[in-house]
Write a protein that binds this ligand. Structure first.
Ligand code: SF4
Length: 64
C-alpha cells in the first residue's frame, strides 16, 4: 500500500499522528501533516487506513 497526503487540505487536527505516530507527524510550525512512512507495512497498514478514515479534511489518501 502507499499513502499520499495533501498538506493544502490538512487542517492540523492531528488524528493521523495520534493514530500512528510512526507513519504520521505534524509540522511544528503550522501543525499540518508530515508523512514519515509513505509505504507502511504490517500493522501500520491498518492504522494508516484508519487514519485516512478519521481525517476530518480528507487529506490522507490510500493508494493501492
Ligand atoms: S488527521 Fe487529517 S487534518 Fe488532521 S493532521 Fe492528519 S492529515 Fe491533517
Amino acid at each position: 500500500m502507499r499513502i499520499e497526503v495533501d498538506r493544502e487540505r490538512c487542517v492540523g487536527a492531528g488524528m493521523c499522528a495520534l493514530t500512528d505516530p510512526e507513519v504520521f507527524d505534524q509540522d511544528e510550525v503550522d501543525g499540518t501533516v508530515l508523512l514519515l512512512e509513505p509505504s507502511p507495512t504490517g500493522a501500520h497498514e491498518g492504522k494508516a487506513r484508519e487514519a485516512a478514515s478519521l481525517c476530518p479534511s480528507g487529506a490522507i489518501r490510500v493508494v493501492g
